[in-house]
Design a protein. Sequence first.
Length: 459
Amino acid sequence: MNDRKIDLPVREMPRQWYNILADIRLNPPLKPDGAPMAPEDLAPVFPMNLIEQEMSTERWIDIPEPVMDVLSLWRPSPLMRAKSLEKALGTPARIYYKNEGVSPPGSHKPNTAVPQAYYNKIFGIERMTTETGAGQWGSALSFACSQFGLACKVYMVRISFDQKPYRKAMMQAWGGQCVASPSSETQAGRNALEKDPQTPGSLGIAISEAVEAAVSDTSGKTRYSLGSVLNHVMLHQTIIGLEARKQFALIGEEPDVIIGCAGGGSNFAGLAFPYVRDKINGREIAIYPVEPAACPTLTRAPFVYDHGDTAGYTPLLPMHSLGHAFVPPPIHAGGLRYHGMAPTVSQLVDEGLIEPQSVEQTEAYEAGVLWARTEGIIPAPETTNALAQVVKEARRAKEEGQTKTIAVSFSGHGLLDLAAYDKYFAGELKDVCMLEEDMRASQKVFADFPKPDSLTSGK
Ligand SMILES: Cc1ncc(COP(=O)(O)O)c(C=O)c1O
């Protein structure tokens, strides 16, 4: 029997998403002036059907049939056992990964791009705007928009735009239009360029540009889309964990450890949230979001109210934040260079239900190369952060002689990130650690904002 690949038939694909807001409480989003946010305040930015989903506390939400149809182009994604890696590490741990690199754009991002494009389309929207860090999200939204006949405009963080020229071509192949951010097309972009003409850009700046481009379109037919952070994005990604549960049931196993890299939190949440529910209900399971030490949002930054973007256009969200004006060092895991984190993921950290970890850039690439030489797939730079944690856990299991089962979200392949591998092989990649004084300085921006309440969800 093939015990490497655990496939799930298309007919077994989950037909509902899991909404963690049925099981935990969040501080509400606030307007920039601190007043409570009403659904209609978000209407110029998102279509109302997605705003309703953002605020829903229904535990199970049906996946619309046209969305199921497009997702079935590559879903269910395989659950794979990393047997060669286990052997190379000589570990008694059993390592499984959910391979999200099999989607057309190469990552987990289309799991939410497809439903977002669908909900915009049925709301009568004709054009979507967004930002992208590494280029994975911009590719995913371009792909999804092409499936539903929508136009797509992507503001891509300058450093990634320069490092990954083929991402732009990929977006174009799906009909998307991609410009480097900061651009001179928006006020937010012009302000950022005036401040620093050589800026590598940041997700915070690119979000400001994409939001501004959507709300300033007077036709009313353009909306903005976010590829991570928000509740509805985490919701759509839970298809990863819901499929994984069915696949583990097929082999009669249960994971003891769940691992995912965390930029805005969505691929981690996708795999982890169904298991967080088990943990709330009393099951013992270790759950680790993993971030780069260069951008230590969950491991070192406080839980506060802060803007999701640099210009301050977005609501104040209750989250761990390095400060909305923070421009992270130009590390190669572009999708993990974000100052904030999903409010749901932040809340779970605050409650001790999940335990954040951080890894150094070179440690991550070392794990990525070991993975390529054992499991064969070249991981995206973001994904290597999760894999570094897998290697640590597997080594610990060996030291302790424990046969635990580890499940990791393999968020994407790195075939368009080879320039970064090139630098790693040339010894040019550096470890970057944020100094305490820089942390303190970047956090001044939210000093006067309201503070989130401490909430607990424990049953
Ligand atoms: C392959 C890959 N993994 C992970 C991430 C991080 O995003 P998130 O934390 O929302 O999953 C990104 C973001 O661009 C990505 O491209």
